[in-house]
Design a protein around this ligand. Structure first.
Ligand code: UD1
Ligand code: CA
Length: 481
């Protein structure tokens, strides 16, 4: 049989055309996010890692994905995997129908591995063992099963008591909706991971019917057909943890927590200090150095990078943030697509966004928003400020309450602040405007014109004191004025 030869070609077919009715969502099931990445992405990563590790022994491994429901969205996502072929299943008449549609593709291989699209936790090791054991056994079909305390919804594995080898005794699969109460008590279920000898599959696939509770062509139906035709079918059990499918929002959340736990664990093993691992959320594309500390309530997403010795304080949310070394985020800091250089500091309650930058030893403090703004080395924006489209030089101090007026309702304008500038409290910087090196603005000024180097700019009404205002007022009232 072709399986026993090491050079057998392998096609990997992923079924992702279903709607996922039980998710009750417009988003197709395989695109439901786990830590920001579509569920399908996890399976594709496993498959690609498997192919890379096997590439010497396996000369031709190719991958195709069946798309159908919201097919344009799914194939749109697959554009980032250019080596993957897309096969359309316009009408989703069941998993057996899906595999039948793809027949012209898989007929070109010796073997075909068929995977449910909702297996985000499947590991490379399990896949390797599964394929290797199938080859060694020379079976026509191998499938993965697991034992579970809650088998509702899964296809049950029925093993005919033939007294033979447990793995190969006659197997059939009955779907939950078609099972008798007695069959429903079976705790061994079909995981949705099958490996077929292509010739064997081709012989039986057209024999599938749809006379069942869901009126669908069930792929698991081929198992009995193969048995009846005298082919060997093997079912091997693996740990439930890896194989649980995702059918509901509750299952999605449970799987997400497991992926999160594993991810946080991975970073802790590399020296990241996590005060409460259950209270930290990380995306799969985040990079953390050793000696980073993450306090409870931290969320880090996108392609964020955090350098050694940095402390991310409670409830900070980082998305595509680049933090250097020894950066301190006090608490409740939101960093969005922005960069904080070594030894800079922010928070509490700071919003840094849209390609903003804190240079070395810079500081942005309480209730400060930075948008497309660079704060130079050792410069400070400590309290209650909005800096938008601004460039601050080195050793600048921005007094409390100062803001850039960078928007006239139509266009945005830049503000330039030189080195060692002292911006007095509550200064309104009406852009476009430049404060040259070593200049100063008086508190409460509205600055509409450039301030020359070394100058003091005062732009506010002069204070006028009216003597005896209170007593004079009371007298006027008494006289009934
Ligand atoms: C399926 C199995 C069941 C198994 C379970 C494991 C069938 C009939 N039943 O049930 O034995 O225990 O997986 O999770 O296969 N899909 C298509 N085209 C279709 C229908 C489905 O591509 O026409 C895809 C779906 O997108 C999904 C996968 O096939 O990725 C499985 O479909 P799903 O509806 O989740 O099957 P289950 O009912 O869970
Ligand atoms: Ca399923």
């Amino acid at each position: 049989m072709s399986m026993s030869t090491e050079n057998a070609t392998l096609g990997i077919l992923i079924m992702a055309a279903g709607k996922g009715m039980r998710m009750k969502s417009e988003l197709p099931k395989v695109l439901q996010p786990i830590l920001g990445r579509p569920m399908l992405g996890y399976l594709l990563k496993t498959v690609n890692t498997y192919i890379a590790s096997e590439s010497e022994g396996a000369p031709a491994v190719k991958v195709a994905v069946l798309v159908g429901h919201a097919g344009d969205r799914v194939s749109g996502y697959l554009e980032s995997f250019p080596s993957i072929e897309i096969i359309r299943q316009e009408e989703q008449l069941g998993t057996g129908h899906a595999v039948r549609i793809a027949r012209p593709w898989w007929e070109g291989f010796d073997n075909v591995l068929v995977l449910n699209g909702d297996l985000p936790l499947l590991s490379v090791e399990t896949l390797e063992t599964f394929v290797r054991e199938h080859k060694e056994a020379g079976a026509a079909c191998s499938l993965i099963t697991f034992e579970t305390e809650s088998p509702e919804g899964y296809g049950r594995i029925l093993r005919a008591a033939s007294g033979e080898n447990e793995e190969t005794c006659k197997i059939s699969i009955v779907e939950h909706g078609d099972a008798t109460p007695e069959q429903r008590r079976v705790r061994e279920v079909n995981a949705g991971c099958y490996l077929f000898d292509v010739k064997g599959l081709a012989r039986v696939i057209d024999g599938l019917g749809n006379d069942n509770a869901q009126g669908e062509y069930y792929l698991p139906g081929v198992v009995s057909l193969m048995n009846d035709a005298g082919m060997t079918v093997r079912a091997t059990g693996v740990d439930e943890g890896e194989m649980s499918g995702v059918n509901t929002q509750a299952e999605l959340a449970a799987v997400t927590v497991r992926v999160r736990d594993a991810l946080v664990r991975k970073w802790m093993d590399r020296g990241v200090r996590v005060v409460d691992p259950s209270a930290v959320w990380l995306g799969p594309d985040v990079t953390l150095d050793a000696e980073v500390t993450l306090m409870p309530g931290v969320q880090i997403w996108g392609n964020s990078v955090v350098g050694a010795g940095s402390v991310v304080g409670p409830c900070c949310i980082l998305t595509d943030a680049r933090l250097g070394r020894r950066v301190e985020l006090v608490a409740n800091v939101i960093v969005d697509n922005s960069e904080l250089a070594d030894d800079s500091k922010a928070g509490p309650f700071t919003y840094i966004r849209d390609r903003s930058e804190l240079k070395e030893h810079a500081f942005a403090g309480k209730f400060v928003e930075l948008k497309k703004t660079t704060v130079g080395r050792r410069s400070k924006v400590p309290h209650l400020s909005y800096m938008g489209d601004a460039t601050l030089g080195e050793d600048v101090n921005v007094g409390a309450g100062s803001i850039t007026c960078n928007y006239d309702g139509k266009n945005k304008f830049p503000t330039k602040i030189g080195d060692r500038v002292f911006v007095g409290s509550d200064t309104m910087l009406v852009a476009p405007v430049t404060l040259y090196d070593d200049s100063t603005t008086g508190a409460g000024s509205t600055i509409t014109e450039d301030v020359p180097e070394g100058a003091l700019a005062v732009g506010r009404a002069r204070q006028k004191n009216i003597e005896s205002w209170r007593s004079g007022k009371r007298q006027r009232e008494k006289q009934g004025e």
